[in-house]
Ligand binder design. Sequence first.
Ligand code: HEM
Length: 224
Amino acid sequence: MATGIATRRSVAALLLHPAAKPVLFVLALLPFAWLFYGAFTNQLGANPAEYLIRATGDWTLRFLCITLAVTPLRMITGTPALARFRRMLGLFVYFYVVLHLLSYSWFDMGFDVADIAKDIAKRPFILVGFSGFLLLTPLAATSFNRAVKAMGARRWQALHKLVYVIAGLALLHFFWMRAGKNNFAEVFVYAGIIAVLLGWRLVQYAKKKRAVPAATGAGTLSRR
Ligand code: HEM
């Protein structure tokens, strides 16, 4: 028991250390640095353009899962300090999706806006991915303290529930893309992770709903 408390305290001290955020920032940039280095040293295989589009898509999905994992981890482990990293992780989802969109626009489409618009309309999996990108944009734009203040906490929270829709779109995009190749193994891994993370939230929501009438009932009884 005492060791548990001591461990939790030292983890909290580490997470609250002034260097914790810069360290996470550097770690989150490592995939980008690796891709950049690989591209310049010709180490991305026979089709570097495809490699870059896919790797940036993978990292978008990974950071989405990591961001969605912060709240469950924080509550299950009783580590409130984890909350300080959620915004940065969320912004890294946007950073990698912008890189993904730029790689596609450059390598697949030669930055031809008319061609990109036609492709989005023609290929459903691209349309789904693009919708995910569009929905991520207001979340990234309102992730700063000033936006939270201007919107009010309730409206801000309601808007940020969009992340659940985005997770669904991301999975559908990935599933649809892999359907052409009949290769679903990784899609199912991510679907499992996201199902657990969203399922946990549903359980918390149901518990809260059940607790509220119980609390109201208790209040009524005690007043009687
Ligand atoms: C929430 C937003 C998005 C997420 C999470 C996402 C994620 C992914 C993932 C995981 C892959 C597959 C990588 C692999 O096979 O290992 C992928 C592929 C791809 N995505 Fe996205 N994506 C998103 C948005 C977009 C957008 C906005 C576009 C373009 C408009 C796009 C275009 C593509 C293309 C062209 C591929 C590769 C298809 C191929 O190689 O056949 N994605 N994406």
